[in-house]
Design a protein around this ligand. Structure first.
Ligand code: ZN
Length: 192
């Protein structure tokens, strides 16, 4: 399998690079268990870096529903661009509808699309909020992500259980104190 970005190498495949890296780190690749590790490593990383295409289905807001719509527990699986290690967690996504509402299963797909690494949690949070704000022409969008970063919990600071929390608010959630309060109340309610 060749790398998509030709800047990396014109001659070596991603698997050969992975094998070279693992060997340089002292991993014995000549055992039954590790022989295909470079291949598996490349596939796993590619999966974390390749967004699945989808269409954001929106519908006219025929009932004139104006209150907050929120979803909890949306899985976040991404790849930290600083260490090429995963970070995983959960997102809360909420919006205040105007003329369009969104198919409910699509919010998780939006999170997944932007989570495809390399990423940083701060940018991810902001991208989801501004994308939904633009697509839905919503009165406001709020996104909160709680995630555990392997680069922090498994190494370096070695702080297992540390959760990084990021928030991005647009429109009324940002500008109106009551809406903002309502978002945070709902976001914390869903905490597990
Ligand atoms: Zn990192």
């Amino acid at each position: 399998m060749k790398l998509a970005n030709p800047a990396y190498s014109r001659t070596l495949s991603a698997e050969e690079h992975a094998a070279g890296l693992l060997a340089a780190l002292g991993v014995d690749l000549d055992t039954e268990s590790t022989r295909r590790t470079p291949e598996r490593m490349v596939h796993a990383l590619q999966e974390l870096m390749t967004p699945r295409a989808f269409n954001l289905t929106t519908f006219p807001n025929l009932e004139g529903y104006t209150e907050l719509v929120a979803q909890h527990g949306i899985p976040v699986v991404s790849l930290c661009e600083h260490h090429a290690l995963p970070f995983t967690g959960q997102a809360v996504v909420a919006y205040l509808p105007d003329e369009r509402i969104v198919g409910l299963s699509k919010l998780a797909r939006v999170v997944e699309m932007f989570a495809s690494g390399p990423q940083v949690q701060e940018r991810l949070t902001k991208q989801i909020a501004s994308y939904l704000h633009d697509q839905l022409k919503a009165r406001g969008v709020g996104v909160m992500i709680r995630a555990e970063h392997m680069c922090m919990t498994l190494r370096g600071a070695q702080a297992p259980g540390t959760i990084t929390l990021t928030t991005s608010l647009t429109g009324e959630f940002r500008d109106d104190a009551r809406s903002r309060q309502e978002f945070f109340a709902i976001a914390h309610e869903g905490r597990r």
